[in-house]
Design a protein. Sequence first.
Length: 232
Amino acid sequence: MTLLGVLGGMSWTSTAEYYRLLNKIYAERRGGLHSAPLLLHSVDFTPIAAMQKAGDWDGEAKVLTDAAQGLERAGAGAILLATNTMHKVAPQLEAAVEMPLLHIVDGTAKAIRAAGLQRVGLLATAFTMEQDFYVGRLREKFGIETLVPEADERAEVHRIIYDELCRDVVREDSRAIYRRIMAKLVERGAQGLILGCTEITLLVGAADTTVPVFDTTRLHAEAAVEWLLQQG
């Protein structure tokens, strides 16, 4: 049996949603009592978050490449990195293992292109919104223009992710903040919105805006299930 290797724990709340979606989608596709054949390595998020804050991406890459190599030795045939932000180190992961990495940007970009959109807004961690590893891949590989919130809004989006959503805390006042920021992105010309952090769907979704929403967690899970089904 071909196994999907899942690198999770960043945070546990998003990994739990990944696990739910991977199994739900797999069962829907195969029917009956089927569940997705997975290997999960869940890291401790505290040292990862500390290295993010310190800008120690090499240290983070070492933690994740060690984990990915362990999944490969255990029999995984592909790797799913269950986080948007840590795709910053995707090139190091791809270089460290022989199995393919199912990149989170690609499934989202294909859905955006299928919807006929060229300009989207992005809600994510500050790292994902402000660095080029994510928006650059959207632009260079898929020709998609990405708008991000203003600096003070980015700080608030980031704070809510780390201080609340990663801790499984969902607040109505934070939902109102996200809705305002989403509306401003639409006013600036966003034809759709990427929920580019795996915890964000705990707070907002399609009902919170007037434009199409692209849930990276679900789209990533759908791509992973498609890969599993292709293995036979």
